[in-house]
Design a protein around this ligand. Structure first.
Ligand SMILES: [Zn+2]
Length: 217
């Protein structure tokens, strides 16, 4: 089993786009300590959602320094806005061996989308990000972690190679659905260490059941 860690923003958030967003921002110091903790752990994979500028201003150089790779899930609708990644950032990340994935267009939950919205979020966003980053987009991360059976069916039909959730569980390395742990402002290097070393507890059983329900509901 592997552990997928997901970051959203590093450093100080300038303004929240969504209420409660700052809960998912971690200090630079905490971020660097986590990277140092996981740098020798091949069973830990790293991803970054939302395409915030801290992905390139802080995370990218820190990853390169430690010869780590990560996946960056950007939003097509935020490309080139001042607080977000630009097309040339995506190209720089890609040419340094980072993976670029889609997080959709507008950062809305994908459950129960109408046909038109689904096309924009699942198909058009992918096309726009592929163009912007100069390469294929194979992977997708679900905005706000929400999903159900209908959405998984749509993602399968559109042909995504891997679907990243936020179900706070370990994952099988080759599974189509990859659960991830979102790192929050309350995390410390110690709390992340216990996630990685993984002693299954009550919370895991609860998360596993919740994840099963989402797949079949
Ligand atoms: Zn997000």
């Amino acid at each position: 089993m592997i552990t997928n860690l997901c970051f959203h923003g590093i450093g100080t958030i300038v303004h929240e786009r969504e209420s409660g967003e700052s809960r998912y921002w971690v200090t630079e110091d905490c971020f660097l300590r986590i990277l140092d903790e996981v740098r020798e752990s091949p069973q830990v994979r790293l991803s970054f959602d939302d395409g915030n500028r801290s992905d390139v201003s802080i995370a990218f150089p820190a990853l390169r320094e430690r010869e780590l790779r990560a996946s960056f899930f950007a939003l097509a609708g935020r490309l080139d806005d001042p607080a977000s990644l630009s097309s040339s950032d995506l190209r720089d990340l890609r040419s340094a061996g980072m993976a670029i994935g889609s997080h959709g267009w507008t950062h809305v939950p994908w459950r129960g989308l109408g046909e038109e919205e689904a096309r924009r979020e699942l198909v058009d966003a992918r096309t726009a990000l592929a163009e912007a980053s100069g390469g294929e987009i194979d992977d997708v991360a679900l905005p706000l972690g929400r999903y159900d059976r209908q959405l998984l069916g749509r993602l399968a039909r559109v042909g995504y190679r891997t679907v990243y959730t936020s179900d706070r569980l370990p994952a099988r390395s080759s599974a189509w659905i990859q659960a991830r742990y979102s790192v929050t402002a309350n995390d410390t290097v110690e709390s992340i260490r216990s996630v990685i070393t993984h002693r299954p507890g009550v919370r895991d059983v609860r998360n596993l059941l919740a994840s099963r329900v989402k797949r079949i509901r």
